[in-house]
Design a binder for this molecule. Structure first.
Ligand SMILES: Cc1cc2nc3c(=O)[nH]c(=O)nc-3n(C[C@H](O)[C@H](O)[C@H](O)COP(=O)(O)O)c2cc1C
Length: 302
Protein backbone atom coordinates (compact mmCIF):
# COMPACT_ATOMS: atom_id res chain seq x y z
CA UNK A 1 0.00 0.00 0.00
CA UNK A 2 1.36 3.39 -0.99
CA UNK A 3 0.62 6.64 0.83
CA UNK A 4 -1.70 9.00 -1.01
CA UNK A 5 -1.81 11.53 1.85
CA UNK A 6 -0.81 15.10 1.04
CA UNK A 7 -0.56 18.34 2.97
CA UNK A 8 -1.94 21.24 0.96
CA UNK A 9 -1.65 24.72 2.51
CA UNK A 10 -1.36 23.17 5.96
CA UNK A 11 -4.51 21.13 5.40
CA UNK A 12 -3.96 17.38 5.84
CA UNK A 13 -5.69 15.51 3.00
CA UNK A 14 -6.23 11.75 2.66
CA UNK A 15 -5.43 11.95 -1.05
CA UNK A 16 -4.56 14.67 -3.59
CA UNK A 17 -8.07 14.51 -5.11
CA UNK A 18 -10.40 17.48 -4.69
CA UNK A 19 -13.97 17.63 -6.00
CA UNK A 20 -14.11 20.60 -8.41
CA UNK A 21 -16.45 23.52 -7.86
CA UNK A 22 -19.79 23.34 -9.64
CA UNK A 23 -19.67 19.57 -10.13
CA UNK A 24 -20.10 18.36 -6.54
CA UNK A 25 -22.71 20.78 -5.14
CA UNK A 26 -21.75 21.35 -1.51
CA UNK A 27 -20.60 17.73 -1.22
CA UNK A 28 -23.77 16.46 0.43
CA UNK A 29 -25.17 14.49 -2.55
CA UNK A 30 -21.71 13.11 -3.35
CA UNK A 31 -21.45 11.71 0.19
CA UNK A 32 -24.32 9.34 -0.68
CA UNK A 33 -22.13 7.71 -3.36
CA UNK A 34 -18.55 7.68 -2.10
CA UNK A 35 -16.56 7.48 1.14
CA UNK A 36 -15.61 11.13 1.62
CA UNK A 37 -12.76 10.12 3.97
CA UNK A 38 -10.83 8.82 0.92
CA UNK A 39 -10.78 12.08 -0.96
CA UNK A 40 -8.66 15.13 -0.22
CA UNK A 41 -11.33 17.83 -0.11
CA UNK A 42 -14.40 19.32 -1.73
CA UNK A 43 -14.52 22.69 -3.44
CA UNK A 44 -18.18 23.69 -3.21
CA UNK A 45 -20.33 25.56 -5.69
CA UNK A 46 -19.24 29.18 -6.12
CA UNK A 47 -20.86 31.52 -3.59
CA UNK A 48 -21.52 35.25 -3.88
CA UNK A 49 -22.45 37.58 -1.00
CA UNK A 50 -26.07 37.54 -2.24
CA UNK A 51 -28.07 34.90 -4.22
CA UNK A 52 -27.48 34.77 -8.02
CA UNK A 53 -30.13 33.52 -10.43
CA UNK A 54 -27.85 32.16 -13.17
CA UNK A 55 -28.52 32.27 -16.93
CA UNK A 56 -31.81 31.63 -18.75
CA UNK A 57 -32.46 28.98 -21.40
CA UNK A 58 -30.48 25.81 -22.11
CA UNK A 59 -27.45 25.70 -19.83
CA UNK A 60 -25.74 22.39 -20.74
CA UNK A 61 -24.68 20.86 -24.08
CA UNK A 62 -22.72 17.68 -24.71
CA UNK A 63 -19.69 17.94 -27.01
CA UNK A 64 -17.08 15.55 -28.37
CA UNK A 65 -15.20 14.30 -25.29
CA UNK A 66 -16.67 16.96 -23.05
CA UNK A 67 -19.49 19.37 -22.33
CA UNK A 68 -20.37 23.04 -22.47
CA UNK A 69 -22.13 24.80 -19.61
CA UNK A 70 -23.39 28.32 -19.08
CA UNK A 71 -24.94 27.95 -15.63
CA UNK A 72 -23.90 31.53 -14.83
CA UNK A 73 -22.89 30.82 -11.23
CA UNK A 74 -26.40 30.32 -9.87
CA UNK A 75 -26.04 30.08 -6.10
CA UNK A 76 -28.07 30.71 -2.94
CA UNK A 77 -25.58 33.26 -1.54
CA UNK A 78 -23.01 32.87 1.24
CA UNK A 79 -25.35 33.77 4.17
CA UNK A 80 -27.89 31.11 3.09
CA UNK A 81 -25.08 28.56 2.68
CA UNK A 82 -23.76 29.30 6.17
CA UNK A 83 -27.16 28.89 7.78
CA UNK A 84 -28.60 25.98 5.81
CA UNK A 85 -25.68 23.93 4.43
CA UNK A 86 -22.59 24.47 6.60
CA UNK A 87 -23.85 22.45 9.61
CA UNK A 88 -24.15 19.37 7.33
CA UNK A 89 -20.97 20.21 5.37
CA UNK A 90 -19.04 20.07 8.68
CA UNK A 91 -20.02 16.39 8.99
CA UNK A 92 -18.76 15.46 5.48
CA UNK A 93 -15.56 13.81 6.72
CA UNK A 94 -13.20 15.73 4.43
CA UNK A 95 -11.97 19.34 4.36
CA UNK A 96 -14.26 21.87 2.66
CA UNK A 97 -12.94 24.62 0.40
CA UNK A 98 -15.37 27.48 -0.19
CA UNK A 99 -15.32 28.63 -3.82
CA UNK A 100 -16.40 32.24 -4.20
CA UNK A 101 -17.33 34.86 -6.77
CA UNK A 102 -18.22 38.52 -6.87
CA UNK A 103 -19.21 41.33 -9.21
CA UNK A 104 -16.67 43.79 -7.77
CA UNK A 105 -13.49 43.71 -5.71
CA UNK A 106 -15.59 44.78 -2.71
CA UNK A 107 -18.00 41.86 -3.21
CA UNK A 108 -15.13 39.37 -3.29
CA UNK A 109 -13.82 40.82 -0.02
CA UNK A 110 -17.28 40.74 1.56
CA UNK A 111 -17.73 37.12 0.54
CA UNK A 112 -14.31 36.19 1.96
CA UNK A 113 -15.26 37.78 5.28
CA UNK A 114 -18.57 35.94 5.41
CA UNK A 115 -16.99 32.57 4.60
CA UNK A 116 -14.07 32.80 7.06
CA UNK A 117 -15.68 30.61 9.70
CA UNK A 118 -14.89 27.27 11.41
CA UNK A 119 -15.67 24.36 9.08
CA UNK A 120 -14.14 26.04 6.05
CA UNK A 121 -10.50 25.14 5.44
CA UNK A 122 -9.62 27.48 2.55
CA UNK A 123 -11.12 29.90 0.05
CA UNK A 124 -10.93 29.35 -3.71
CA UNK A 125 -11.40 32.63 -5.55
CA UNK A 126 -13.00 32.15 -8.95
CA UNK A 127 -11.79 34.96 -11.19
CA UNK A 128 -12.26 32.80 -14.25
CA UNK A 129 -15.93 31.99 -14.92
CA UNK A 130 -16.63 32.68 -18.60
CA UNK A 131 -20.41 32.62 -18.14
CA UNK A 132 -21.20 35.86 -16.36
CA UNK A 133 -21.29 39.35 -17.83
CA UNK A 134 -19.95 41.14 -14.74
CA UNK A 135 -17.15 39.76 -12.55
CA UNK A 136 -15.80 36.26 -13.11
CA UNK A 137 -13.43 36.19 -16.07
CA UNK A 138 -13.33 39.98 -16.27
CA UNK A 139 -11.01 39.83 -13.24
CA UNK A 140 -9.07 36.78 -14.39
CA UNK A 141 -7.94 38.09 -17.76
CA UNK A 142 -6.23 41.26 -16.52
CA UNK A 143 -3.17 40.94 -14.25
CA UNK A 144 -3.90 44.16 -12.34
CA UNK A 145 -7.51 43.27 -11.65
CA UNK A 146 -6.56 39.71 -10.72
CA UNK A 147 -4.04 41.12 -8.24
CA UNK A 148 -6.58 43.60 -6.84
CA UNK A 149 -9.10 40.84 -6.10
CA UNK A 150 -6.40 38.64 -4.55
CA UNK A 151 -5.18 41.47 -2.30
CA UNK A 152 -8.70 42.35 -1.16
CA UNK A 153 -9.52 38.72 -0.34
CA UNK A 154 -6.23 38.21 1.51
CA UNK A 155 -6.92 41.33 3.60
CA UNK A 156 -10.40 40.03 4.45
CA UNK A 157 -9.47 36.53 5.67
CA UNK A 158 -6.96 34.49 7.66
CA UNK A 159 -7.79 31.35 5.66
CA UNK A 160 -5.45 30.12 2.91
CA UNK A 161 -6.45 31.68 -0.42
CA UNK A 162 -6.38 29.70 -3.67
CA UNK A 163 -6.89 31.80 -6.81
CA UNK A 164 -8.50 29.95 -9.73
CA UNK A 165 -7.22 31.02 -13.14
CA UNK A 166 -8.80 31.18 -16.56
CA UNK A 167 -7.36 29.43 -19.61
CA UNK A 168 -8.96 32.09 -21.83
CA UNK A 169 -5.86 34.28 -21.85
CA UNK A 170 -2.81 34.64 -24.09
CA UNK A 171 -0.27 34.28 -21.27
CA UNK A 172 -1.43 32.48 -18.14
CA UNK A 173 1.98 32.88 -16.48
CA UNK A 174 1.61 36.68 -16.30
CA UNK A 175 -1.69 36.31 -14.41
CA UNK A 176 -0.23 33.59 -12.15
CA UNK A 177 2.74 35.79 -11.21
CA UNK A 178 0.42 38.76 -10.55
CA UNK A 179 -1.74 36.83 -8.08
CA UNK A 180 1.33 35.30 -6.41
CA UNK A 181 2.81 38.79 -5.91
CA UNK A 182 -0.56 39.95 -4.50
CA UNK A 183 -0.38 37.29 -1.78
CA UNK A 184 -2.20 34.21 -3.15
CA UNK A 185 -1.29 31.09 -1.14
CA UNK A 186 -1.95 28.75 -4.07
CA UNK A 187 -3.20 28.72 -7.64
CA UNK A 188 -5.75 26.38 -9.17
CA UNK A 189 -6.13 26.02 -12.93
CA UNK A 190 -7.86 25.65 -15.28
CA UNK A 191 -11.45 26.84 -15.37
CA UNK A 192 -13.44 26.13 -18.55
CA UNK A 193 -12.52 27.16 -22.10
CA UNK A 194 -14.94 29.46 -23.89
CA UNK A 195 -16.85 27.74 -26.70
CA UNK A 196 -20.16 27.49 -28.58
CA UNK A 197 -22.40 24.74 -29.98
CA UNK A 198 -24.81 25.24 -32.90
CA UNK A 199 -28.15 23.63 -33.81
CA UNK A 200 -27.84 23.48 -37.61
CA UNK A 201 -31.55 22.74 -38.08
CA UNK A 202 -32.67 26.00 -36.51
CA UNK A 203 -29.39 27.89 -37.14
CA UNK A 204 -29.41 28.93 -33.48
CA UNK A 205 -26.92 28.49 -30.65
CA UNK A 206 -27.75 25.52 -28.42
CA UNK A 207 -26.92 27.42 -25.24
CA UNK A 208 -29.17 30.18 -23.96
CA UNK A 209 -26.11 32.33 -23.34
CA UNK A 210 -24.71 31.59 -26.88
CA UNK A 211 -21.27 30.86 -25.37
CA UNK A 212 -20.42 28.41 -22.60
CA UNK A 213 -17.46 26.86 -20.82
CA UNK A 214 -15.93 23.68 -22.25
CA UNK A 215 -14.87 21.03 -19.72
CA UNK A 216 -14.10 17.30 -19.66
CA UNK A 217 -11.43 15.12 -21.32
CA UNK A 218 -11.25 17.38 -24.40
CA UNK A 219 -9.47 20.09 -22.37
CA UNK A 220 -6.91 17.94 -20.54
CA UNK A 221 -3.90 18.62 -22.82
CA UNK A 222 -4.49 22.38 -22.58
CA UNK A 223 -4.84 22.16 -18.79
CA UNK A 224 -1.66 20.09 -18.46
CA UNK A 225 0.29 22.58 -20.55
CA UNK A 226 -0.89 25.49 -18.41
CA UNK A 227 -0.24 23.69 -15.10
CA UNK A 228 3.27 22.86 -16.29
CA UNK A 229 3.96 26.47 -17.36
CA UNK A 230 2.60 27.96 -14.13
CA UNK A 231 4.20 25.44 -11.75
CA UNK A 232 7.62 26.27 -13.21
CA UNK A 233 7.03 30.01 -12.88
CA UNK A 234 5.68 30.42 -9.31
CA UNK A 235 6.82 29.45 -5.82
CA UNK A 236 3.37 28.70 -4.40
CA UNK A 237 1.63 25.32 -4.73
CA UNK A 238 -0.48 24.59 -7.80
CA UNK A 239 -3.71 22.61 -7.92
CA UNK A 240 -4.33 21.20 -11.41
CA UNK A 241 -7.62 20.42 -13.10
CA UNK A 242 -9.25 19.96 -16.45
CA UNK A 243 -10.51 16.72 -17.91
CA UNK A 244 -9.33 14.33 -15.19
CA UNK A 245 -11.12 10.99 -15.64
CA UNK A 246 -8.62 8.37 -14.38
CA UNK A 247 -5.89 7.77 -11.81
CA UNK A 248 -3.30 8.07 -14.57
CA UNK A 249 -4.67 11.55 -15.46
CA UNK A 250 -3.98 12.57 -11.85
CA UNK A 251 -0.42 11.26 -12.18
CA UNK A 252 0.07 13.35 -15.33
CA UNK A 253 -1.07 16.53 -13.56
CA UNK A 254 1.19 15.83 -10.58
CA UNK A 255 4.19 15.14 -12.81
CA UNK A 256 3.47 18.46 -14.55
CA UNK A 257 3.81 20.16 -11.14
CA UNK A 258 0.41 20.00 -9.40
CA UNK A 259 0.45 19.19 -5.66
CA UNK A 260 -3.27 18.44 -5.70
CA UNK A 261 -5.71 17.67 -8.52
CA UNK A 262 -9.40 18.46 -8.91
CA UNK A 263 -11.99 16.26 -10.56
CA UNK A 264 -14.95 18.03 -12.19
CA UNK A 265 -16.98 16.83 -15.15
CA UNK A 266 -16.14 13.18 -14.37
CA UNK A 267 -18.44 13.48 -11.32
CA UNK A 268 -21.35 14.47 -13.54
CA UNK A 269 -20.88 11.39 -15.73
CA UNK A 270 -20.47 9.08 -12.72
CA UNK A 271 -20.91 10.19 -9.08
CA UNK A 272 -18.59 7.37 -7.93
CA UNK A 273 -15.76 8.56 -10.23
CA UNK A 274 -13.56 9.99 -7.48
CA UNK A 275 -13.64 6.74 -5.47
CA UNK A 276 -12.55 4.83 -8.59
CA UNK A 277 -9.83 7.40 -9.35
CA UNK A 278 -8.42 7.04 -5.80
CA UNK A 279 -8.22 3.25 -6.31
CA UNK A 280 -6.57 3.69 -9.72
CA UNK A 281 -4.05 6.14 -8.29
CA UNK A 282 -3.20 3.70 -5.52
CA UNK A 283 -2.79 0.87 -8.05
CA UNK A 284 -0.56 3.05 -10.26
CA UNK A 285 1.71 3.81 -7.28
CA UNK A 286 1.97 0.12 -6.34
CA UNK A 287 2.77 -0.86 -9.93
CA UNK A 288 5.40 1.84 -10.32
CA UNK A 289 7.09 1.43 -6.92
CA UNK A 290 5.97 4.86 -5.66
CA UNK A 291 5.64 4.70 -1.86
CA UNK A 292 4.56 8.30 -1.34
CA UNK A 293 2.50 10.17 -3.96
CA UNK A 294 4.27 13.46 -3.12
CA UNK A 295 7.44 12.01 -4.72
CA UNK A 296 6.05 12.44 -8.23
CA UNK A 297 5.18 16.15 -8.06
CA UNK A 298 7.05 18.11 -10.76
CA UNK A 299 9.05 15.11 -11.96
CA UNK A 300 8.26 15.59 -15.64
CA UNK A 301 11.53 15.31 -17.55
CA UNK A 302 11.12 18.24 -19.92
C1 LIG B 1 -21.64 22.53 -14.57
C2 LIG B 1 -20.37 23.21 -14.14
C3 LIG B 1 -20.41 24.22 -13.18
C4 LIG B 1 -19.24 24.86 -12.75
N1 LIG B 1 -19.29 25.81 -11.77
C5 LIG B 1 -18.14 26.38 -11.29
C6 LIG B 1 -18.16 27.30 -10.18
O1 LIG B 1 -19.19 27.60 -9.60
N2 LIG B 1 -16.97 27.83 -9.78
C7 LIG B 1 -15.77 27.50 -10.38
O2 LIG B 1 -14.71 28.00 -9.97
N3 LIG B 1 -15.72 26.60 -11.40
C8 LIG B 1 -16.87 26.04 -11.86
N4 LIG B 1 -16.81 25.12 -12.89
C9 LIG B 1 -15.49 24.77 -13.49
C10 LIG B 1 -14.92 23.48 -12.89
O3 LIG B 1 -14.69 23.60 -11.50
C11 LIG B 1 -13.59 23.12 -13.61
O4 LIG B 1 -12.67 24.19 -13.47
C12 LIG B 1 -13.76 22.82 -15.08
O5 LIG B 1 -14.98 22.16 -15.35
C13 LIG B 1 -12.60 21.98 -15.65
O6 LIG B 1 -12.47 20.74 -14.98
P1 LIG B 1 -13.15 19.37 -15.53
O7 LIG B 1 -12.77 19.24 -16.96
O8 LIG B 1 -12.61 18.29 -14.64
O9 LIG B 1 -14.63 19.55 -15.37
C14 LIG B 1 -17.99 24.48 -13.32
C15 LIG B 1 -17.96 23.45 -14.29
C16 LIG B 1 -19.11 22.81 -14.70
C17 LIG B 1 -19.02 21.71 -15.72
Amino acid sequence: MSSLAVNFLGIPMASPLIGASGTVGFGLELAKFIDMKEIGAISGKGLAPTPWKGNNGTRIAETTSGMLNCIGLENPGAPYFLEHYLPEVKKLGCPYIANMVGKSVEEYAECAKLLSVPGISALEVNISCPNVKVGGAAFGTDPEQAAAVTRAVKDATDLPVIVKLSPNVTDVVTIAKAVEAAGADAISLINTLLGIAIDTRTRTPILGNVTGGLSGPAIKPVALRMVWQVAKAVNIPVCGLGGVMTGEDVVEFMMAGAKTVQVGTANLADPTAMARIVRELDAWCDKNGVKDINEIVGTLKA
